[in-house]
Design a protein around this ligand. Structure first.
Ligand SMILES: *Cc1c(COP(=O)(O)O)cnc(C)c1O
Length: 385
């Protein structure tokens, strides 16, 4: 399917709503049936019938259809946040006594799910360095159920060789789940590489305007429908019709934004690489990066996230650099119109456990501003240190 078709036409039934170009927000909790037979049929088709908005709602369904198609998946369910999608996907494959092998350093709350939440229910998790697929194989136990990927992973952007991990999972009859938020459905489609379940934080690139939260789970119809009954309906992390509508609006410009962000980010990174006060730029699309070839193989293009290590052992200088930036907001998240930084230095506090990542690491997200405008800002902040 053409991306242009998916974004502009798929799932839009304009003749049903006055040929309005923008879809309606079906802001209702409930849907009525005319006859007992009508209701009976809907209940029989529950995972795909429109009965109650915690299950299905036409505005949300339109979003699910489009993202499933962008990912090359049979089906999708939208959730109220990315974490709701990650948790539902992971829980759907587990029972007490099972074991998960996860990439190390995933998104922070995925890490909490793996290390704190799952053990409460008798599930063991082994976190592995995902840069060598063999580390996944070596961690497999008789009770392993899931190989969990996030490629590239958060903050340091190491890649996992998706096809190699899938091959290991297939040998052992395991389910693969990948968090594909980093790449967006435009730049990486893991289902074509054999992954079973793809999850996204739609809050990031899909929404794209820093005004909505959402998540999505994509996979085979049978797998997604099982999640519908076993996790989605009982846990109730529903996406509101209005938020689905905002995410649909974000989708309209997703390819354009991804292309713009990719280009600007390459310019900013190229400039940063030559800076004497920058020790290292962590960005898989640099030819000097050890996983450059794999990045080019798995991803269609770079995105807007990278990190730098400032060349200093003085946390005060890191703080001065960050505080001096005028055009980067200091905030979590990424994927919106606005450029952001997230300094690891903020995780360093007296009396707190020392974080695993160094204090001179600053994560960047490049938004839709001009490259020169952002480079000039970084330049003046570097001059201050
Ligand atoms: C933000 C993020 C999430 C969580 O998504 P929310 O929408 O904030 O719940 C999950 N994975 C990754 C990689 C993220 O960056």
């Amino acid at each position: 399917m053409d991306i242009s078709y998916i974004i502009n036409e798929l799932g839009e039934e304009r003749e049903h709503y006055f040929n309005a170009v923008a879809p309606p927000i079906i802001q209702t909790s409930n849907f009525a049936s005319r006859t007992v037979e009508d209701l009976r049929q809907k209940m029989l088709q529950e995972p795909e019938a429109t009965l109650y908005t915690r299950g299905n709602n036409p505005t949300v369904t339109m979003l699910e259809m489009k993202i499933a198609a962008l990912e090359g998946a049979e089906h999708a369910i939208a959730f109220g946040s990315g974490m709701a999608a990650v948790s539902a996907a992971v829980l759907s494959q587990l029972g007490a006594g099972d074991h998960v092998v996860s990439v190390q350093k995933p998104y922070s709350w995925t890490n909490a799910l793996m290390q704190k939440f799952l053990p409460r229910f008798g599930v063991d998790v082994t976190m592995v360095d995902g840069t060598a697929a063999a580390n996944y194989r070596n961690a497999i136990r008789p009770n392993t159920k899931i190989l969990y990927l996030e490629s590239p992973n958060s903050y340091t952007f190491e890649l996992q060789d998706i096809e190699a991990v899938v091959a290991i999972a297939k040998e052992h009859g395991l389910v693969t789940i990948i968090d594909n938020s980093f790449a967006s459905p435009i730049n990486q489609n893991p289902i074509a590489m054999g992954v079973d379940i793809v999850v996204h934080s739609a809050t990031k690139y899909i929404g794209g305007h820093s005004d909505t939260m959402g998540g999505i789970v994509c996979g085979r119809r049978e797998v997604v429908n099982k999640i519908f009954v076993s996790e989605f309906m009982p846990l109730g992390a529903v996406l509101s019709p209005h938020d689905a509508w905002l995410l649909l609006r974000g989708l309209r410009t997703l390819p354009v934004r991804m292309a713009r962000v990719a280009e600007t980010t390459r310019q900013v990174v190229a400039w940063l690489e030559g800076q004497p006060k920058v020790e290292q730029v962590l960005f898989p699309f640099l030819p000097s990066h050890p996983q450059y070839e794999l990045a080019k193989k798995q991803l269609r293009n770079n995105t807007g996230q990278f990190s730098i290590l400032l060349k200093t052992d003085d946390i005060g200088k890191v703080e001065l650099f960050c505080n001096s930036l005028q055009h980067f907001l200091m905030a979590a998240s990424w994927g919106g119109h606005e450029s952001l930084i997230f300094p690891l230095a903020a995780s360093y506090a007296p009396g707190k456990l020392k974080p695993k990542l160094p204090f001179n690491l600053v994560r960047f997200y490049i938004g839709l501003e001009d490259a020169e405008y952002l480079i000039r800002d970084i330049e003046q902040a570097l001059e201050k240190i």
